[in-house]
Design a protein around this ligand. Structure first.
Ligand code: FAD
Length: 290
């Protein structure tokens, strides 16, 4: 594990350079300055007097940093009120990132705000000669994120899935994943004869039940996958232990959030429950707390 420099563990102020209203509840803030983040890593976003919360990096191009967030609660609703020119405290980057080899054929599966980090991965991987199948899913077409940006990238085949069928395939994005993997299994005759293009890896970011399904599908077709698993994070660099996972005791802010499927398959709580700010277990089946 690479030690996290003190400078990254303390918040520094960054000015908001641009704001994009993506959908009714989702905004993208562009900050003036880079934190040196890699695709899949997260930063802690601080509003003095309100709260500090983790957010995935939607892009870090060495000059500016983007985050895309849903206004869902106390912190994010206040954060959404900020304007261009305002300051926010950012610290990081923290955690693991997606890993690939140049020239690989990779499937990216995105749900919800997971489309933002998946766009960051897409931009970096196509720059390394990778070819991509990108599957973006949402409840309906008005909730789809980063579609235009993904369409503009070279070597990307874009697939859309909506639950209500208002755009693309009607159903789950994981149905499309299964079709892609079953159409060219890695050890099939067609793949060996190069008649089809087998998938080298699958990356996923989005709701945990979607990740669970990706984990099952990629295990079934024996394709490696790396998935971003979120837990309640406080310190962000492994000190407080709030995001420790049963039964391995790994910290999601250090050994995650991007975790390889062989490790995820050993995690008893993956797809079953998560712990809140007090360490209390909450089932993914339970209705959200009011
Ligand atoms: C690694 C990681 C990356 C994330 N990336 C994004 C992103 O790119 N965009 C985005 O919109 N959201 C992201 N989130 C979720 C985001 O942190 C929460 O939506 C946010 O904290 C909500 O805070 P709130 O005070 O507005 O809402 P609250 O009403 O306080 O919380 C709403 C829900 O958000 C979650 N949450 C709250 N605080 C935390 C915390 N400290 N750590 C983890 N979850 C928390 C809980 O599930 C809670 O039930 C990410 C979370 C993690 C762990």
């Amino acid at each position: 594990m690479t030690p996290i420099p003190l400078q990254s563990r303390l918040p520094r102020t960054y000015r908001i350079k641009a704001i994009k209203q993506e959908t009714e509840m989702v905004r993208t803030f562009t900050f003036d300055g880079s934190l040196g983040a890699k695709p899949g890593q997260f930063i802690m976003v601080w509003m003095p007097g309100v709260d500090e919360v983790p957010m995935s990096v939607a892009e870090d191009d060495g000059a500016q940093t983007r985050i895309t967030f849903f206004a869902v609660g106390d912190m994010t609703n206040e954060f959404a009120k900020l304007q261009v020119g305002d300051l926010a405290g950012l610290r990081g980057p923290f955690g693991t990132h997606y890993e690939w080899e140049p020239g690989q054929h990779i499937v990216l599966v995105a749900g919800g705000y997971g489309a933002a980090p998946m766009y960051f991965v897409a931009k970096e991987t196509v720059g390394h000669g990778c070819t991509l199948e990108v599957i973006v899913g949402a409840r309906g077409k008005e909730h789809l994120l980063f579609v235009k940006e993904l369409e503009a990238l070279p070597h990307v085949s874009l697939h859309i899935a909506t639950n209500d069928g208002s755009a693309g395939y009607k159903g789950f994005n994981t149905d499309i994943l299964e079709k892609l993997l079953s159409s060219c299994p890695r050890d099939s005759h067609s793949a060996k004869k190069k008649e089809c293009h087998p998938v080298d890896q699958v990356f996923g970011c989005g709701p945990e039940m979607m990740l669970k399904k990706i984990s099952e599908i990629t295990a079934k077709y024996d394709v490696p996958s790396q998935l971003s698993m979120e837990r309640y994070m406080k310190c962000g660099y492994g000190l407080c232990g709030n995001c420790v996972i049963d039964p391995l005791g790994i910290r999601m802010c250090v050994e995650g959030p991007v975790v390889k499927n062989e490790v995820l398959l050993k995690l008893a709580e993956f797809g079953k429950y998560h712990r809140d700010d007090l360490g209390k277990k909450n089932s993914f089946d339970a209705p959200p707390k009011k």
